[in-house]
Each structure stands twice: as C-alpha cells, then as structure tokens.
Design a protein around this ligand. Structure first.
Ligand code: F6P
Length: 370
C-alpha cells in the first residue's frame, strides 16, 4: 500500500502519441504502478489520439505492466497522423484530404467512461492537442518524449540517449569498413529539424564531419576535409549527417509528404546526396547508410529508463497537486513543469554557439561551414 496522499481522481487515462521511442513503456509503468497503489483505475488509449477519436480504451493492469520497463515501443500503440481537432476523414476529388473537428466525440468518450484525468506522452504535435484538450476543460498532464530531443521547455527527453547510443554504435561500425576501403562514409541519422542526434553521435563517434540543420553546409568545405585527411595519411572520412541538414542556399531533402499528418513532411535522402557530391568533387569512393527507424526501436538504455520513470512519477505528482494543463520537464537537471502551450507546435533547436558545437569544433570536427 502506498502512503502517498492520493487525489480525488478515481480514473485516469494514458495515451502515447506521435512517433514511438524507447522508454514509453517505462513511463506507462511508472504512472500505472503509482495510480494502482492509490486505487486509481488506469485506462490505456489505443494508438494515440486515433484511439481517443474511435473510443478505443482498455484497462491497464498490474499484469500488463509487468516486465515492460526494458521493452521498446509502446504497449498502447501510437499514431503520428491523428489530430482530433483536424482529423482526415476522407479525400476530395483532387485527392486532398477532407478534415473534420472530432473534439466533441473525444469529450463524449471521456464523460461516458468517467475519465477524470489524461496523461499524454508525446512530442510537440501531441502536446498541441493536449493543450487543446486542456482548453476544453480536460485535466491533462503531458510527458515529453522523442528521440529528436527537440521539445521546447525540457532540456532532455527520454528516447534520445538510446537513439544516440544506437547511432554511435552504427557510426563506430561504419568507421571500420571505411578504414578498410579508404572511403568517405556518410551516415544519415534522424532528428527532423533538430541536429541533436547528429551532434551527440557525431562527437561520440569522432565523426570528421557533422552536418546539422541549424548550420547550413558547403559541399566544397566537406570535400576539403576529405582531401586534407587524405593528405595527412588518414584512411577514411566519417560524415554524420542529420536528415534535416541543408546545403547553404538550398532546402531540406524530402522523402515523403503525407497531407493527412499534422506534420506532413518526412525528411530523408541527404545522406545519398552528400555521398554522391563529395565523390564527384574528390574522386574518393563514397558510400552512404541511412539508419532510419533502427534509432527509434529496441531496448531503452539505463539513462532513458531512469528518466522515463522519473518523468512518469512527476506527472502523477502534478495530478495529485491539481497542477493540470502542464507538461513535466527537465530544466537545469531538475524536474519541473511548464505550461502545455510552451512545447505546442514548436521545436528546440541547436544554437550555433552551443557549447557542444564549440567542443566538436575544438576536437577537429567540421560542420561543413568553414
Ligand atoms: O520525431 C521522431 C522521428 O523519428 C523523426 O526523427 C523522423 O523524422 C520522423 O519521426 C519519422 O517519422 P515516421 O515514423 O512517420 O517515418
């Protein structure tokens, strides 16, 4: 039995929205354990906001959360296309989606199921809808997640460190084959418009070039790094490029557009572009490798398990204190909370003068800009 002072809440729901990431189950576990200890019923919303729209809920029991701390993905399922206030319900003759506001349906489901609080675990898109439901009078608390680490209001999100570890491991492996063949190897990592994964994994793998969206690159400068390294007798050049990196004067390379999604752009292809261009310029054989969703999958690292547990616990603390319409966050290494409008629809990017950018430059990495 818990000796915590429990709130008046008798039933809460948990929803995981947006792209999945390692650590989601650890948050679900932390919240559910705490709630069940306080005799609060826990319902899981299936497949993110889609399940809320379609009235798909299921109880989360002690048995459901047993052994899930280390499991990747989310036991509830997720969705990065469903926005309740602008949901694509069909297509016009020209193929463009027809959008409908289904907020009222969702509110009805809350009432009919007697749900008194909602904890949403997600990124900026999920928090945008969470802020919307808070405005409609729902007691919502947000928990930030994303491998991209780009949530405004929190200096760190769980899932990020696991993705960095995965990317670093891949870069280390690619380095050995690059050395064998005297090649330039380009590894494209995720991150959307933020370069955090590339910056961290690039430093951790001693990548020679790190290309991030926030610092437009010049291909001649990248080619110069390869030539300089060859002149110094180096066997290879390792280039870590963020999927959102952009050539100076150019634009991001888009792999797919999904108009039904709140964030319709899917990035991808810059790795191949950079590899082809530097081979042309230098004559050095080049290859590329796209890590893709490998970075989102698998077992969360210890750091993410701990962070996810702490954030889940903090979300329950906020509910208990009646602090709703808030997102739990980490600032200056401390757990805190911010208004849900802070992360809604925004992204936390790498600043050009971030200490890690300076540290990377100091150990010889080029950002392809000078
Ligand atoms: O936001 C997480 C993320 O993995 C991004 O890094 C990436 O750009 C995007 O999601 C991919 O989305 P999807 O799973 O729809 O391809």
């Amino acid at each position: 039995m818990s000796n915590l002072t429990c709130p008046a809440i008798r039933r809460l729901a948990i929803l995981t929205g947006g792209g999945d990431c390692p650590g989601l189950n650890a948050v679900i576990r932390a919240i559910t354990k705490d709630a069940l200890n306080c005799n609060i019923d826990v319902l899981g919303v299936e497949d993110g906001y889609l399940g809320l729209i379609e009235n798909r809920f299921r109880p989360i029991t002690e048995e459901d959360i047993s052994g899930i701390l280390r499991r990747g993905g989310t036991i509830l399922g997720s969705n990065n296309r469903a926005n309740p206030s602008r949901f694509a319900t069909g297509k016009q003759a020209d193929g463009k989606p027809i959008f409908q506001d289904l907020t009222e349906n969702c509110l009805r489901h809350f009432t009919s199921r007697k749900i008194e609080a909602l904890i949403v675990i997600g990124g900026d898109g999920t928090m945008t809808s969470a802020a919307w439901f808070a405005k409609q009078g729902i007691a919502v608390v947000g928990v930030p997640k994303t491998i991209d680490n780009d949530i405004q209001g929190s200096e760190i999100t769980f899932g990020f460190q696991t993705a960095v570890d995965t990317a670093t491991d891949a870069l280390d492996k690619v380095r050995t084959t690059a050395d064998s063949h005297h090649r330039a190897m380009v590894v494209e990592v995720m991150g959307r418009n933020a370069g955090w994964i590339a910056l961290h994994a690039g430093i951790a793998s001693a990548s020679d070039v790190i290309l991030i969206p926030e610092i437009p690159f010049d291909l001649d400068k990248v080619a110069q790094v390869i030539r300089d390294r060859e002149r110094r007798g180096k066997r290879s050049t390792l280039i870590c490029v963020s999927e959102g990196a952009v050539q100076r004067g150019g634009s991001q390379i888009v792999s797919k557009v999904d108009l039904t999604s709140p964030d319709p752009i899917r990035l991808g292809g810059v790795g191949k572009y950079v590899a082809d261009c530097v081979e042309q310029r230098t004559g050095t054989e080049s290859r590329y490798c796209v890590l893709g969703h490998v970075q989102r999958g698998g077992v969360p690292c210890a750091f993410d398990r701990v962070l996810a547990t702490a954030l889940g616990n903090h979300a329950m603390k906020l509910l208990r204190e009646g602090k709703v319409g808030r997102m739990v966050a980490v600032q200056h290494g401390e757990l805190t909370d911010v208004d849900l409008s802070v992360p809604a629809g925004k992204q936390r990017l790498v600043s050009r003068d971030h200490p890690l950018v300076a540290a990377a430059r100091a150990v010889g990495a080029s950002f392809g800009d000078c």
